[in-house]
Design a protein around this ligand. Structure first.
Ligand code: HEC
Ligand code: HEC
Length: 334
């Protein structure tokens, strides 16, 4: 019952975005988009503007935001790797290892809960946590470093009418992340009518994905995520299993459940899964299509779909057409 409501909210959120989009001029949110994904909803206290997103983009790429000046947010979220880092697990500033794989930051504006276990309730809150935990910053000290840069002083004045603060640094970063949508993929061109945009195998893979293979039950288009949490068996047999969503909800049914990741741009964001345990996309598809490892808390929707080698190949071909080709230029830092 509970999850049905939450799922409905996610769908309603997307629908609201679509409505807002269709009732506005194409640049109604301030930046032109030809994306298959509508602009994500903004929180009332942090509307996205092009200037704010541009400021956030600079901050995301700026090592001065970190405790020791050694690492920017993009140190683990590289654009050419689908905003991930190609590592199973990554090292934080200060030397500690992450216990979970770096997820993409594409399409994060659409979620209603952040991190693999959904423990962050707002994107701005998630960002402040990453600022401290991943890049080792004392936000007060890092804010003073940013505030001493003349270009940032001018930028923050223009956007917020105020000097850089911990709060508006997080807001600017969130506004930037809300513009990172992987909605310009060959599959989107195909869906819009260009029948030459993908191969016959990829089109067959899409049929399987929403049909016989049952993938779309959780990886719901257009985001290819339903924002929900499922145990897919990856912690089965581990000596110290990661309890995932259970740590947040305390619901035993959520034991070792993790958020359904978006599959947009999944072709360039390996390795895969919350533990980074699977190197190739084909292997990840094979694992999911076979229903995952047995686990008492595994989702009952995930079953062995008994797919042929050819069908696995078609699913992989389809997923590779979800890689977005939107243009992107790195920022010039002040
Ligand atoms: C050292 C590597 C590293 C750095 C640097 C880093 N992150 Fe991350 N990021 C991660 C990992 C690992 C997770 C997942 C952690 C978890 O789920 O427990 C994550 C998760 C996220 C998410 C949530 C995505 C989702 O699907 O819920 C966002 C958004 C994000 N990071 C933004 C940032 C921002 C902004 C910065 C800079 C302040 C940053 N990251 C710096 C490794 C990193
Ligand atoms: C019960 C819901 C559910 C179904 C059905 C499902 N998935 Fe997933 N999928 C998930 C969840 C949850 C994860 C993340 C699991 C984790 O890391 O613990 C995931 C992860 C993935 C990943 C790795 C993505 C990444 O960025 O790490 C791929 C690829 C994937 N699924 C493909 C598929 C395919 C193909 C199918 C159909 C054969 C499918 N999934 C069916 C829920 C589902």
């Amino acid at each position: 019952m509970k999850w049905t409501l939450r799922r409905w909210l996610v769908v309603a959120g997307l629908a609201t975005g679509l409505l807002a989009c269709s009732s506005m001029p194409p640049d109604g949110v301030g930046y032109a988009r030809s994306s298959a994904l509508p602009a994500p909803p903004d929180p009332p206290d942090n509307p996205t503007t092009p200037e704010k997103a541009a400021l956030g983009k600079q901050l995301f790429f700026d090592k001065r935001l970190s405790g020791d000046g050694s690492m920017a947010c993009q140190g683990c979220h590289f654009r050419h790797l689908g905003w991930t880092d190609a590592l199973p697990l990554s090292r934080k500033v200060g030397g500690g290892m992450n216990t979970r794989h770096t997820p993409t930051v594409y399409n994060t504006g659409y979620y209603t809960a952040w991190y693999w276990d959904g423990r962050a309730k707002t994107l701005e809150g998630q960002i402040t946590a990453a600022w401290k935990a991943q890049i080792g910053a004392d936000p007060a000290k890092a804010t003073a470093v940013i505030a001493a840069v003349p270009g940032y002083q001018a930028g923050f004045q223009k956007v917020f009418g105020a000097a850089p603060s911990e709060e508006n640094i997080a807001k600017a970063l969130a506004a930037f992340l809300r513009t990172l949508n992987s909605g310009e993929a060959p599959w989107d061109r195909y869906a819009a009518g260009d029948k030459t945009a993908v191969s016959a195998d990829a089109a067959a893979g899409a049929e399987l994905f929403t049909g016989k293979a049952g993938c779309a039950a959780c990886h719901r288009p257009p985001l290819y995520s339903d924002g929900m949490f499922y145990n897919v068996g990856l912690e089965a047999g581990k000596a110290q299993p990661d309890l995932g969503r259970f740590a947040v909800s305390k619901d035993p049914a959520d034991t070792s459940a993790f958020k359904t990741p978006t599959l947009r741009s999944v072709g360039i964001s390996g390795p895969y899964f919350h533990d980074g345990s699977v190197a190739s996309l084909e292997e990840a598809v094979r694992y999911m299509a076979a229903g995952g490892k047995a686990d008492p808390h595994k989702s009952q929707i995930l079953i062995d779909r008994k797919l042929s080698e050819k069908e696995i190949g078609q699913l992989v071909a389809f997923l590779n057409t979800l890689t977005s080709e939107e243009s992107f230029a790195p920022p010039k830092l002040p």
